[in-house]
Write a protein that binds this ligand. Structure first.
Ligand code: URA
Ligand code: SF4
Length: 221
């Protein structure tokens, strides 16, 4: 395995950030090897005026086929939790830390099995995420699970320890050329897929909703 990847930066358009322009450019990204086996880039989607942004891990099987983030089971659960927490489902933007599906194929049907992106892939893809923030200028960013947390808060951040609290905006999530921008508030929580896998789903789901209520309060503040 290669230890480094060229990264997405050279594919990100320079100039004032514009979501449509970013999405079009990301379709041709070859910043790491993940574009080779995936169907397509899955860029973020949602309200371009959203003050609330969700960051997941990477597209799953269905997202890879449809080209849209969070259209599978994790997305359904997330939308229910968002609604229950009193957050504006219609006025959010949702994206992933890594924009191509990473998988391995096994079994007779060659089923595509999700693999977590590694540090190199997360770092390679990060310029897209930072550019999305620059375009959106959100008030609140919700980090869903360990991969998104690694992308924004560094490798030593532990979601289980710091979830459900308002955290300061990491300066590294800001592009120097976009200063001055009001920093967003950040709230970390578990990934909706972790709720689907939990032994006690109800407790895990209630925990997710409780963390999202913290984001709702931060958004209203
Ligand atoms: N899980 C994610 O993290 N992102 C998606 O888009 C779908 C599932
Ligand atoms: Fe580019 Fe990200 Fe896809 Fe890698 S995963 S090719 S950096 S869009």
């Amino acid at each position: 395995m290669t230890e480094t990847a060229p990264g997405a930066q050279e594919f990100v358009p320079s100039g004032p950030p514009d979501l449509d322009e970013l999405r079009a450019a990301a379709a041709g990204c070859q910043g790491c090897h993940l574009y080779q086996d995936a169907t397509q880039t899955v860029f973020g989607r949602g309200d371009a005026g959203a003050k609330l942004v969700f960051v997941g891990e990477q597209p799953g099987d269905q997202e890879d086929r449809q080209g849209l983030p969070f259209v599978g089971p994790a997305g359904h659960l997330l939308r229910r939790a968002v609604d229950e927490a009193g957050l504006p489902v219609e006025h959010l933007y949702i994206t992933n830390a890594v924009k191509h599906f990473k998988f391995k194929q096994s079994g007779p049907g060659k089923r595509r099995i999700h693999q977590s992106p590694d540090r190199i892939e997360i770092t390679a893809c990060r310029p897209w995420l930072v550019a999305e923030f620059a375009a959106l200028r959100p008030d609140v960013v919700v980090v869903l699970g360990a991969t998104a947390a690694k992308a924004l808060l560094g490798p030593s951040f532990r979601v289980t320890q710091s979830r459900g609290t308002v955290l300061p905006w990491p300066e590294s999530a800001q592009r120097p050329q976009d200063f001055p921008v009001e920093p967003a508030k950040l709230v970390a929580t578990i990934h909706p897929s972790a709720v689907l896998r939990a032994d006690d789903r109800q407790t895990a789901y209630s925990g997710l909703v409780a963390d999202l209520k913290v984001a709702a309060a931060a958004l209203a503040a």
